[in-house]
Design a protein around this ligand. Structure first.
Ligand SMILES: Cc1cc2nc3c(=O)[nH]c(=O)nc-3n(C[C@H](O)[C@H](O)[C@H](O)COP(=O)(O)OP(=O)(O)OC[C@H]3O[C@@H](n4cnc5c(N)ncnc54)[C@H](O)[C@@H]3O)c2cc1C
Length: 370
């Protein structure tokens, strides 16, 4: 296990650090995990238990900090909030020696078999306030600080023998007053996650395209009280025969923008349409499927192959096209956006990184990296 050295431009919450100094040594670790969501924490638990030095770098700007409760993740019959999974995962990783750094990986390079990550302070860049409910972010920070998490004050460099990118995606929910409180409570996107909870309820799908039509038709498996609202002034981008499919299945389709999402305490109660009558639709749940944006900035900096939607291309063992560099979780695919998939991929990426770190004698002669 390689050790870690002191690092400037960092502080624990109780101990402010001096500003960055280029002469200060960088921290060297066996594996840097970028992203402290379910995928990254799963990787950290596995690597720490392999007695590797592992540093989880996270800027608390991920979808596991919204207010949703996961009811399809095995082992929690009453459901568990995603934010709680993060807290438990962080405690578990810390127990085996994983270390944590709060900040954003803003630049990255690789050469001579190592990865150099430039970490910067993450607050105040305009993104963070939109990600996660404030209370979840605060609890995540409090736990981090109680576990000795360091915080980047000025830019700091991490040098890692391997790296795992578990950077997730950024959601593109409609923005309205109170929207962040509604995410995961009355505003959803995924039927596998939350379709069951719509059973018998008044549900509106907001979206103009085939994804919206499919979501509306799929919701009929749970409730017969479904409407679709285009959610933009241009109306639907659907052929007439698809609009007929909606009508024929009892789904009202409104080609209007939404003027207002009337909500209180995270619950959307009404959609006010931007039509001449200001039509009001009572709702209990809103599904707004808009493709999320993969957080692939670090992947791009490291020259990783991406698919046409910007997700990192990996093989079945989470290898990217760069040796020693792996990816896991939502950032790897437009599908499978589930905690179970993220945890599985994180674990798998960690096993692959651990194998990469083996001394030559540990590998069977003639065996390829796996
Ligand atoms: C409303 C909603 C409901 C959901 N319901 C369910 C459900 O019921 N069941 C289910 O299984 N799944 C559900 N999901 C999906 C689930 O939350 C995701 O699949 C899961 O969080 C993916 O984990 P991840 O670790 O890949 O990404 P994330 O949880 O997004 O974590 C990625 C982390 O990486 C950090 N990061 C990114 N880039 C950088 C960088 N450059 N530097 C430092 N840190 C960085 C982010 O801040 C973030 O903390 C739901 C999602 C939403 C939005």
């Amino acid at each position: 296990m390689s050790g870690s050295g002191p690092l400037g431009a960092l502080s624990t919450s109780s101990q402010p650090a001096a500003p960055a100094d280029a002469s200060e040594p960088v921290r060297r670790v066996d594996c840097a995990v970028v992203g402290g969501g379910p995928a990254g924490l799963s990787a950290a638990v596995c690597l720490a238990r392999m007695r590797r030095s592992v540093l989880v770098i996270d800027d608390r700007d991920g979808r596991s900090l919204w207010g949703q409760t996961n009811r399809n993740y095995l082992g929690f019959p009453n459901g568990i909030p995603a934010a709680e999974i993060r807290l438990a995962g962080r405690r578990q990783a810390a127990r085996y020696g994983a270390k944590f750094l709060s900040g954003r990986v803003a630049a990255a390079t690789h050469d001579d078999g190592s990865f150099r990550l430039r970490v910067e302070a993450s607050a105040g860049d305009g993104h963070r306030e939109t990600a996660g409910r404030v209370a979840n972010v605060r609890r995540d920070e409090e736990l981090g600080s109680s576990l000795g998490e360091e915080t980047v004050i000025g830019p700091a460099d991490i040098v890692a023998r391997t790296a795992i990118l578990a950077t997730g995606v950024r959601d593109n929910f409609p923005r309205f007053l109170g929207w962040a409180q509604c995410v995961g409570k009355s505003l959803f996107w995924c039927i596998a996650c939350d379709g069951y909870e719509s059973t018998g309820k008044l549900v509106a799908v907001v979206g103009h395209d085939e994804d919206a039509a499919e979501t509306a038709l799929d919701l009929l498996d749970f409730t017969d009280r479904v409407t679709v609202v285009a959610g933009r002034p241009e109306g639907f981008d659907l052929p007439e025969r698809r609009l007929a499919d909606l009508r024929d299945n009892g789904i009202g389709a409104y080609p209007h923008a939404v003027a207002a999402y009337a909500n209180a305490d995270g619950l959307i109660e009404e959609l006010v349409l931007d039509d001449p009558d200001q039509t009001r639709l009572s709702v209990e749940m809103v599904f707004a499927y808009r493709r999320p944006t993969p957080r692939n900035e670090v992947a791009i900096a490291l020259g990783l192959e991406l698919n046409e939607l910007g997700h990192i291309v990996v093989n079945t063992e989470q290898h990217t096209n760069v040796p020693g560099l792996y990816a896991a979780g939502d950032v790897t695919s437009p599908h499978d956006h589930q905690i179970s998939a993220a945890v599985h991929e994180g674990n798998q990426a960690a096993c692959a990184a651990n194998y990469f770190l083996y001394r030559p004698v540990q590998r069977a002669p003639d065996k390829e990296e796996c």
